[in-house]
Ligand binder design. Structure first.
Ligand SMILES: [Zn+2]
Length: 84
């Protein structure tokens, strides 16, 4: 599963990919091209950064859902004790 999101640097418009777990509201990442410190906030006017935050949130939610599904399927496949 691809857990990287695209981030467009507001300074140089270079597009790079960052791990979704690092892309969250209030986080800061450095542009790989011009080394500008980019603050990721959902308050930003930059639609590219807002999109990146949304995509990262969806990836994290999907990962959480997959973990929960694995846990619950494990419970469901365990032998059940029937009441007499
Ligand atoms: Zn840049």
């Amino acid at each position: 599963m691809d857990d990287k999101v695209k981030i467009r640097c507001p300074a140089c418009t270079h597009i790079f990919r960052e791990n979704a777990s690092r892309v969250r509201d209030g986080a800061q990442v450095n542009c790989l091209n011009c080394n500008k410190l980019i603050t990721l906030t959902k308050e930003t006017e930059d639609p590219f950064l807002r999109r990146a935050l949304k995509a990262a949130r969806e990836i994290r939610a999907a990962k959480d859902a997959a973990v929960h599904a694995a846990i619950y399927s494990g419970v469901a496949s365990a032998p059940r004790r029937e009441m007499p």
